[in-house]
Design a protein around this ligand. Structure first.
Ligand code: HEC
Length: 473
């Protein structure tokens, strides 16, 4: 572990002594940079957000400890007060960081001495919380503080405005029998024949940008999700045999970003920018559960092929895994360095997450805490979408650098590079047999690509175009 000169000084003079000296002097010693008061929103909060928040939020926060509100953050969990003002030694927050209480926090990834010292100073100086919003701007030199975290860099939802323009394709899903491909763009869903690229029908989708489409596992229903940003989520569900009048449902307090249909059941789950996940009875359109375990917008949801596991991924950098018995508790948290943008279960025992940290990671599905992914591969830019074929042998991602990449055997070494498209890739899907891969891009096109041939085969559907007053065609 790296110990800076600053730290070694602290090691020589235990902190309470320094704090006491500062107290006697009545003011921070002018020549000593270390004794500048620690400011929670600037020096402490960015570290809590980065290192602790992905686990310690929600109704099922581990150890009963949530860092979501000032009250909860100070109060602590089952093992007593996290922060005893003026007494860092008695504060469980410090005891878990140093390993005096087990398990060490954050699990498997000890904080540096410098960081722990900063927390100690904050508590010994009174443990005040000035704000729960990270103070922007550079930390004062010498305060030992880290710079505030940059905000996440996932691409914005494409804005379709007043002029005639391409409608980015932001949602894609092969039907379970592989004969149809649903593509979502601005207020519209197209059904495309994946063999020819021909448009079979165009459906009026939910409000605004369609961010997700999903088929029921029997292929009889198709759901599309969108909504009014900052106001409400909207769902449209079609009978995918008769294609009659669809059912419209509203829920969530913001756009719906993801939808997943539980295999073999009339149940689906939605994720929203309102930070929650909802479980729905697909027969009645009633919400049956709301999961509030994420601290930031939730970007995607997925079920394992056997329907026993469910996972959600969020801007809080974590993916959470639930048993679908009752969805009552996130059993494991998988972490990234930035927002989790998408996720999929290629097999019952494997979860793949993609992130704005430009990585995709494969995780074992288990009820035990997992520190390290089984595999991790990087792309040159934010990975926006991931999908797996039903046979589990093909896995594909699409990224902001216009690349799609196809992996065989679930992200081991055997991979094929897909084509570079003309624009950002927002959505991907793989046919059930893994032979065909589809990508939706910012240029309004759906690209279809057959494995092994390394080119788009000329089977791109004609681009979706939005015209003011005319909608999307
Ligand atoms: C990967 C998930 C994870 C991360 C990240 C994490 N924790 Fe924890 N934390 C846990 C789990 C699990 C427990 C419960 C351990 C137990 O009691 O079995 C826990 C327990 C605690 C407790 C004890 C609560 C109590 O009173 O029982 C404190 C305090 C705590 N964590 C602080 C932190 C801090 C501070 C950070 C960041 C520096 C952090 N944790 C990061 C998973 C996490």
């Amino acid at each position: 572990m790296f110990i800076s000169r600053l730290n070694s000084r602290y090691l020589l003079f235990p902190l309470p002594l320094i704090a006491a000296v500062a107290l006697f002097q009545g003011a921070p010693a002018p020549t000593s940079a270390q004794s500048k008061p620690v400011l929670f929103s600037r020096d402490i909060l960015p570290i809590l957000n980065k290192e602790c928040r992905s686990c310690h939020v929600g109704s099922a926060a581990p150890g009963g400890y949530s860092v979501e509100t000032p009250e909860k953050l100070l109060a602590g969990g089952r093992h007593g007060k996290a922060v005893v003002p003026g007494k860092s030694k008695e504060s469980t927050l410090i005891k878990y960081m140093t390993g005096e209480l087990k398990p060490l926090m954050p699990p498997g990834k000890p904080l540096s001495m410098e960081t722990i010292t900063l927390f100690r100073r904050w508590i010994d100086e009174g443990g005040k919380i000035d704000s729960m919003v990270e103070t922007q701007g550079k930390a004062e030199p010498g305060s030992g503080a880290t710079k505030p975290e940059k905000t996440t860099s996932i691409p914005p939802v494409p804005q379709v405005g007043a002029v005639k323009q391409y409608a980015p394709v932001t949602a894609l899903a092969f039907s379970p029998d592989g004969t149809k491909l649903a593509a979502g763009a601005y207020r519209a869903v197209r059904i495309v024949d994946p063999k020819t690229g021909k448009i079979l029908r165009t459906l009026n989708g939910p409000a605004d940008q369609v961010l997700a489409v999903a088929w029921s596992s029997d292929g009889r229903h198709l759901a599309a999700a969108g909504g009014m940003p900052g106001a409400t989520g909207e769902l449209v569900v079609w009978d995918a045999v008769a294609w009659g009048t669809p059912k419209n449902y509203q829920g969530h307090a913001d756009t719906i970003s993801g939808i997943a249909w539980k295999p073999g059941a009339m149940e689906f789950a939605t994720s929203s920018l309102d930070k929650t996940v909802k479980i729905w009875d697909a027969a009645t359109g009633k919400e049956t559960k709301t999961l509030k375990d994420h601290a930031d917008p939730v970007y995607g949801v997925a079920y394992s092929p056997d329907g026993k596991w469910f996972a959600s991924g969020s801007g809080d950098r974590s993916a959470k895994l639930y048993s679908t018995d009752n969805y009552s508790r996130a059993v494991t948290v998988f972490r990234h360095g930035d927002a989790v943008t998408a996720l999929t279960f290629p097999k019952n025992d494997l979860l793949i997450t993609a992130s704005a940290d430009k990585q995709a990671r494969a995780w074992p599905v288990t009820t035990q805490p997992v520190e390290n992914p089984l595999r991790s591969h990087g792309e040159g830019d934010v990975i926006n979408a991931v999908a797996a074929s039903a046979d589990g042998d093909t896995f594909v991602w699409g990224a902001s650098n216009k690349r799609i990449k196809v992996w065989n055997r679930v992200m081991d070494k055997h991979r094929e590079d897909g084509p570079t498209l003309a624009d950002w890739v927002y959505a991907v899907s793989a046919s059930p047999d893994g032979q065909t891969v589809a990508a939706g891009a910012g240029d309004g096109k759906v690209y279809l690509w057959t494995q092994g041939e390394g080119r788009a085969l000329g089977k791109e559907a004609k681009p979706m175009i939005v015209e003011p007053g005319k909608g999307t065609n």
